[in-house]
Design a protein around this ligand. Structure first.
Ligand code: BES
Ligand code: MN
Ligand code: ZN
Length: 502
């Protein structure tokens, strides 16, 4: 995809296959719609009087308008003007991008970002426009037969209309949005791939491939022997039940031109992604219904890889390190079992009371490994608990942190990219539920507040740096007819990392 700005005041003379202009309910025209309406002798007002109510997520197509050069004008419904916001704008861009893809267009021009809305900048709206084009052009094909494959999207170019004074801002936003969209494509593809293809080894190969493609990235893929030498026995206890070998991925982004010894260099930010490429529950086996969806249990890892791809493309000026413990969680004669006590890399012993609470068992050792980087912040991303879906549904990711500054930065990054998180409690009072008679800590805390006790478990391994945990169990993929990975929370993470550059 190619993104650009279109800054002419004479919007009606823009040559394009499709021009998107927004209209509000109650017949209120956006400035761009007003230009087109004037040029076409009131064609838009006429349409609003008769067939178009301008509800959100609706559009109509007007062809060959007199006085208008664009082949088609797509009227996009924006809903009520007083409630119009950044999320509604992002939705409108998606309507247009989907239209362009469905109509097999090669290019289009959107004037939607030029409409002001509350608590949003043109840069953020340009970013949203590029992300919408990315979302609309994602296709999963790899394992589909020829007859089921959709034709590859023809859409290659989107321009957004803005004033010349705003063009530089818009360009920055488009560049960020494009990198985020490319990162999300990778994240969605890894999530959607079947678990017999997307194995721990495959995730390792993906990291190495990224390092080949981007010169700021360096990948190290540790294998079982090296993981054993690190004493990650909690992680290894989960991997025991599977024939697929575990890997521990370290993928580093070093800003271009950064001198390794520079004194004023900021400490790195570490992202830790849960990489369970299939979670059957282990001996504490899950029920059969929808178990296929547990191929998505590596979406934390996938979002971390997608985010590193994005910041590498942006040549982000901040050191970032991704850590991914990857394995399968399967039952077998060698699998870990309820009652086992394992010693984590930190030295703390863990009583495994439920082998299905495996995410925290692999993450805790990665969190200990993170200490060696003396990081400015560590953020782990995991499809950790069904309880988080009960608490927050599929709208917000769960955010847990004792560090108010870090938490606020992450929440803001989510708001800025329509990839929101909601802060959850993580007080010490909940730690009581993790008491064990036979180890320093138990791996489950009983039914109450399951998402919170999972976060509390992780917190025991994060004493030496500012830390936040994102539970993405409800946001990483969609179930049902449109089952598929969402690419979240790549936008939140990348926006956060952008905000942490000097
Ligand atoms: N990967 C699951 C969490 C999950 C469940 C994500 C459903 C998305 C949809 C995790 O490993 C798990 O099994 N968690 C258990 C924890 C419990 C045993 C304390 C859960 O949520 O049921
Ligand atoms: Mn599990
Ligand atoms: Zn899991």
């Amino acid at each position: 995809m190619e993104f650009s700005t279109q800054t002419t005041a004479s919007l009606h003379q823009v040559k394009t296959a499709a021009l998107a202009v927004g209209v509000f309910a109650e017949g209120i025209l956006s400035p761009a719609a007003d230009i087109i309406d004037h040029a076409s002798n009131g064609a838009l007002r006429e349409a609003l009087k008769t067939e178009f109510k301008a509800k959100p997520n609706t559009h109509i197509v007007l062809r060959n308008l007199p006085g208008v050069t664009a082949v088609r004008v797509i009227l996009i419904g924006l809903g009520k003007q007083d409630t119009y916001n950044a999320a509604a704008h992002a939705g409108a861009e998606l309507v247009f991008a989907n239209y362009c893809v469905d109509a097999s267009l090669v290019e289009g021009v959107s004037a939607l970002a030029s409409i002001d809305c509350n608590q949003s900048t043109l840069r953020a709206r340009a970013r949203a426009a590029a992300m919408a084009a990315g979302r609309a052009t994602y296709q999963y094909n790899l394992t589909l037969g020829k007859q089921d494959r959709a034709a590859p999207p023809k859409l290659k170019k989107i321009a957004i209309w803005c004033t010349r004074a705003h063009a530089a801002d818009a360009q920055s936003g488009l560049r960020e949005g494009q990198a985020i969209a490319n990162g999300m494509h990778l994240t969605r593809m890894l999530g959607d791939l079947p678990p017999n293809i997307c194995t721990p080894t495959y995730l390792g190969q993906t990291a190495k491939k990224l390092a080949k493609e981007f010169k700021t990235l360096k990948a190290e893929v540790l294998e079982r022997k090296e993981i054993e030498a690190l004493k990650m026995d909690s992680f290894l206890s989960v991997a025991r039940g599977s024939y697929e070998p575990p890997v521990f991925i370290v993928l580093k982004h070093t800003p271009p031109g950064a001198k390794p010894a520079a004194k004023n260099r900021k400490a790195p930010i570490v992202l830790v992604g849960k990489g369970i490429t299939f979670d059957a529950g282990g001996i504490s086996l899950k029920p059969a219904a929808n178990m296929d969806e547990m191929k998505y249990d590596m979406c934390g890892a996938a979002s971390v890889l997608g985010s590193l791809r994005a910041i590498a493309e942006l040549e982000l000026d901040r050191e970032v390190i991704a850590l991914i413990p990857a394995c399968e969680n399967l039952p077998s004669g060698r699998a870990n079992k309820p009652g086992d006590v394992v010693t984590s890399m930190s030295g703390q012993t863990i009583e495994i009371l439920n082998t299905d609470a495996e995410g925290r068992l692999v993450l805790c050792d990665a969190l200990t490994y993170a200490e060696r980087f003396k990081p400015a912040a560590v953020i782990d991303i995991a499809t950790l608990t069904g309880a988080c879906i009960v608490a927050l549904g599929h709208v917000n990711s769960g955010l847990f942190s004792k560090d108010d500054t870090l938490a606020e930065h992450l929440l803001q990054a989510g708001r800025d990219t329509n990839d929101t998180a909601w802060r959850m409690p993580i007080e010490d009072a909940y730690q009581e539920q993790l008491r064990s008679n036979f180890a320093d800590i138990a791996n489950i805390g009983g039914p109450p507040a399951g998402a919170v006790t999972a976060a509390c478990f992780l917190s025991r391994f994060t004493g030496s740096y500012p830390w936040a945990h994102l539970d993405i169990a409800g946001t990483a993929w969609r179930s049902g007819k449109d089952k598929g990975a969402s690419g979240r929370p790549v936008p939140l993470l990348v926006q956060y990392l952008i905000s942490q550059t000097s």
